[in-house]
Design a protein around this ligand. Structure first.
Ligand code: KG4
Ligand code: ZN
Length: 371
């Protein structure tokens, strides 16, 4: 199955041609292009929904056109491209941004007479783990857990941690499409917490990657920030208290570079500790074979590294673990360019959860969540 996927839920405009079948271990990217309106939002220190929607309008056709050209597919109504369907993000997200992608997909569906596969953006993030890592795309990134040529199937059941700018959720994935929501944030998402702390420290937007960079020069033990809900008997999160603690730490102070770096490293460590502890707790409770990371925050190298070492310690400490370990949990994180918003992950989600519809039955849903 070959599909055109479109993602426009927030500040990225992305199109991809992906190919695969539900029985494949991963889908293949034939072409993938993403335009970002980040430079516009950096000036305002955050995303203004109307500005994001205007940028979507500007980018959507050039991005789709370039993607079809990269895949050697035609763009005309007389000669529709050789595609089985169009996948598009219908939510959650900003309504203005979503509408641009969805209405474009509906128009192409009408002109080309191709069905539409509606995709939940959050499920898209999960399926970034099911995108093959081709040589060309690997060049854009650094470390990764699964080599491209010997790509093994992800073993189920799996726990997925979705950590993005708008969401922090723990999901039990029993099999493809069998999704159970276990818990989520009660206030700020992990990415939102990074962004708000970044703003307090006057770092450029988005805070996440800039805090990660600053943290490299800081001492993560310098400030003992709270780890909200780390020991709670559920799979929920809360990050607003951490942001308030950072505010107290920086308020009315003139901090030097080293002190700022210490705050970045300490706050980042507090976020990571909570995310890992809760994920491992869920992995133990549901006796899973894999842990998958997804969403923009999954691009954080320190988070990826600490996950790997924590899973190793967790396996060793288990009665089934140790030298003759019978307990083995695979850890998987998408390549970094597939962690932040992109259309390839939307295409992958569509292939593994294929529900073809007529353009007449497609509507945006900015509040869409896990069922
Ligand atoms: O998934 P995404 O691109 O958009 C949403 O669906 O929200 O995630 C964006 C979020 C932002 O909050 C950004 O600060 C965070 O991901 N992020 C990071 C890193 N790269 C992006 N957070 C921590 N470390 C990073 N390297
Ligand atoms: Zn996202």
């Amino acid at each position: 199955m070959k599909i055109l996927a479109i993602e426009s839920s927030c500040d990225e405009t992305s199109a991809a041609i992906v190919e695969g079948a539900k029985t494949d271990p991963a889908v293949k990217i034939i072409a993938n292009n993403t335009a970002s309106s980040l430079p516009t939002h950096s000036k305002t220190g955050g995303i203004i929904p109307e500005a994001a929607a205007r940028e979507q309008v500007k980018f959507i056709i050039p991005v789709i056109k370039k993607t079809l050209e990269d895949a050697n597919l035609s763009f005309s109504s007389q000669n529709p491209p050789d595609l089985d369907a169009i996948a598009v993000t219908i939510g959650p997200g900003l309504i203005g941004s979503l509408l641009v992608g969805v209405e474009t997909a509906k128009t192409l569906s009408f002109i080309w007479n191709k069905p539409i596969i509606p995709v939940n953006h959050l499920i898209g993030h999960i399926y970034a783990n099911f995108v093959e890592q081709t040589t060309d795309y690997r060049l854009q990134t650094t470390v990764d857990s699964r080599p491209s040529t010997v790509l093994a199937s992800i073993e189920f059941p799996a726990i997925v941690l979705v950590v993005s700018g708008g969401h922090t959720d723990l999901i039990l994935l029993k099999n493809n499409g069998k999704i159970t929501w276990l818990g989520g944030t009660r206030d700020d998402a992990a990415g939102e917490c990074f962004d708000k702390i970044g703003r307090l420290l006057k770092l450029p937007y988005p805070g996440g990657p800039n805090i990660e960079k600053m943290a490299l020069k800081g001492n993560q033990k310098a400030v003992n920030f709270p780890r909200p809900m780390i020991g709670s008997d559920n799979f929920d999160f809360s990050f607003s208290g951490l942001k308030t603690a950072v505010l107290r730490e920086v308020k009315d102070k003139k901090l030097n570079k080293k002190e700022n770096a210490d705050i970045c490293a300490s706050a980042q460590k507090a976020i990571i500790d909570v995310l890992i502890r809760k994920t491992l707790k869920a992995a133990k409770r549901y006796n899973v074979k894999s842990i998958l990371l997804s969403g923009g925050v999954a691009a954080n190298q320190k988070l990826r590294d600490e996950f790997k070492s924590s899973i190793r310690r967790f396996e060793e400490a288990s009665p089934l673990g140790g030298v003759n370990s019978q307990l083995s949990i695979n850890f998987c994180a998408p390549q970094k360019f597939l962690c932040t918003d992109n259309a390839a992950m939307i295409g992958a989600a569509a292939i593994y959860n294929c529900e073809k519809k007529s353009w007449k039955d497609i509507q945006v849903n900015p509040e869409l969540y896990f069922d």
